[in-house]
Design a binder for this molecule. Structure first.
Ligand code: PGA
Length: 244
């Protein structure tokens, strides 16, 4: 299938919405998006809300992904969750390597690649995140950083039909500063040359900038943080890119 046939819009809830809020949100989202064609929607709740979200979305095409997954199935890894457990809880995919995991929780190119590999082997879809810091962009090192991050994933995984990448420039996450469509396209084209899979853009995506970002030839969807927390703004992004 053409990778661009249907744009993917994934909502990364981060540390928001316990099970009760997740049910209310997902029930309303299922109704709001009913009948909308031409876009694939995913929500990524915290672990404890995965079961509630997937139950509330049963019968809806909106899929549920986790925000992270461990590289082993079981073991002495306090606080970690494995892909097989995520599947049992109702998730069908997971994000790995989000910059907040890399910045605050010690994830490295190596651990991100191991998390992605085990999740894919277990049958989950994977969204693996890459992106440069502001200082790296200012120093002209964006290409070098992306080659290193994507290179580690490419070496461990190769192309896989269940693998998606997300280009998230760290300076654009939660800041309201979106990459320009040209900056996004340049980075996506570089990434595509290293690993030819669908590539989402992430970093302050909103209803009013989503369509322009997704009009770029190598931007295949969006990973949305803040604007995914309200049903109406998340749905408005889906509307804006559906069939576009
Ligand atoms: P943002 O977050 O949309 O709030 O910038 C994006 C992300 O962290 O995935």
């Amino acid at each position: 299938m053409d990778r661009r046939a249907i744009p993917l819009i994934a909502g990364n809830w981060k540390l928001f919405k316990g099970p009760g809020e997740a049910v209310a949100f997902c029930s309303a989202l299922a109704v709001r998006l009913e009948g909308l064609a031409g876009v694939a929607a995913v929500v990524c709740p915290p672990y404890v809300s995965l079961g509630a979200a997937s139950a509330a979305l049963s019968g809806s095409p909106v899929r549920v992904f986790a925000q992270n997954a461990h590289w082993q199935e079981t073991g002495a890894f306090t606080g970690e969750i494995s892909p097989v457990m995520l599947l049992e809880a109702g998730a069908v995919g997971t994000i790995v390597g989000h910059s907040e995991r890399r910045q605050h929780f010690g994830d490295t190119d190596d651990t991100v690649a191991r998390r992605a590999a085990h999740a894919l082997e277990t049958g989950l879809d994977v969204i693996a995140c890459v992106g440069e810091l502001e200082a790296e962009r200012e120093a002209g090192r964006t290409g070098e950083v992306l080659r290193r991050q994507v290179g580690a994933l490419a070496a461990a995984l190769g192309p896989n039909e269940r693998l998606t990448l997300a280009y998230e420039p760290v300076w654009a996450i939660g800041t309201g500063r979106t990459a320009t469509p040209e900056q996004a396209q340049e980075a996506h084209a570089l990434i595509r040359g290293l690993l030819d899979v669908p590539i989402l853009y992430g970093g302050s995506v909103k209803p009013d900038n989503a369509a322009e970002l997704l009009s770029q030839p190598d931007v295949d969807g969006a990973l949305v943080g803040g604007a995914s927390l309200e049903v109406e703004s998340f749905a408005a992004i889906c509307d804006a890119v559906a069939g576009g």
